[in-house]
Unconditional design. Structure first.
Length: 324
């Protein structure tokens, strides 16, 4: 498109998209260079917003805050999106208390709240473990007729109540999240499976998993990883082993992360034979163990006082790292 500007006249929105893609593929430093070389006329709120998001994704605190401050001065921070990006950044870097100041600023500037604003605000309350504030924010969200709570809202609330030990309320919110689940977003199924496993609800884990499989014709590695982790978490190792066999028989992409879930449990329990068997079969099928795969097996050997075998695993882990 850039090479054929006669056919594709590029707008500032196009530039913002390209900046975002450069950051994802080549890294933030390349995105910065691209931004610096843009004509001033194209450095509008979209380009600045894209740069802000790149810094936030890279967890670069000073540059994220500096870019937002520049947007303030230029009048580009009057939209909801950059405020959401900054608030989410603060939650991600472990500074959820900073979110309140942004919320206050949005109110002062009459910046409208959307569903993401409320979800991030609720998430910040959960991170602070402030259930009272979380409930106040949720009540305000429900009262806001311009916003409709989505599954993220309810899984965040459920997660908070799980941490507080209120299983009944957590399950109530998970049921509400299910009502808002569509066949377009796998993430919701992942959250439901994980949260039900934290509640120890094995039947619910399997129910959501069956719903997941019926909804999506293809289940990728991440889906199997979420369910395997859930089954191991609730102690259903027999079920986890059966699921792993299902994955191994269907998958054409042997991601060691999937195997490592069961391997870690075998190592923890000192089941050396099973740990060896699962790695051997994985390699036979064409899989390539990662360094942490050999490190996990090493812990199993150490539990069994097999020091030489453990050292051999660490040598293999080092060799894989060097190959990279």
């Amino acid at each position: 498109m850039t090479d054929r500007k006669d056919r594709f006249p590029l707008s500032s929105s196009d530039m913002a998209i390209q900046l975002d893609l450069i950051a994802k593929v080549r890294g933030v430093s390349h995105a910065e260079k691209y931004f610096d070389e843009l004509p001033d006329a194209l450095k509008d709120k979209r380009a600045y917003g894209s740069l802000l998001n790149a810094y936030a994704q890279a967890m670069m605190k000073d540059k994220t805050e500096d870019t937002f401050e520049q947007m303030r001065k230029k009048g580009f921070a009057s939209d909801t999106l950059p405020c959401n990006v900054l608030m989410n950044f603060y939650v991600d870097v472990g500074e959820p208390h900073e979110v309140s100041a942004i919320i206050d600023e949005m109110k002062e500037r009459n910046v409208s709240f959307d569903v993401c604003t409320y979800n991030i605000w609720i998430k910040s309350c959960a991170a602070k473990q402030d259930s009272d504030e979380m409930e106040r924010v949720f009540s305000q969200m429900i009262a806001d007729e311009s916003v409709i709570a989505n599954w993220t809202t309810y899984t965040t609330l459920a997660s908070m109540y799980i941490k507080l030990g209120n299983s009944e309320k957590a399950e109530e919110f998970l049921k509400e999240a299910e009502k808002r689940t569509t066949g377009r977003d796998k993430k919701c199924f992942h959250y439901l499976i994980t949260l039900y496993s934290h509640l120890g609800k094995k039947e619910e884990v399997y129910r959501i998993w069956n719903w997941y499989k019926a909804t999506f014709p293809t289940i990728h590695n991440l889906g199997y990883q979420e369910v395997l982790s859930a089954l191991v978490r609730i102690g259903d190792i027999e079920g986890a082993e059966l699921l792993y066999e299902e994955w191994a028989s269907k998958s054409s992409s042997f991601d060691p992360k999937t195997m490592n879930i069961l391997l870690a449990w075998y190592a923890k329990e000192g089941s050396v034979t099973k740990a060896e068997q699962i790695i051997n079969r994985f390699v036979e099928k064409g899989g390539n163990p990662k360094p942490n795969t050999w490190e996990i097996l090493a812990t199993a050997y150490l539990k069994d006082n097999k020091v030489s075998e453990a050292l051999s695993c660490m040598e293999k882990a080092t060799a894989v790292k060097k190959c990279k």
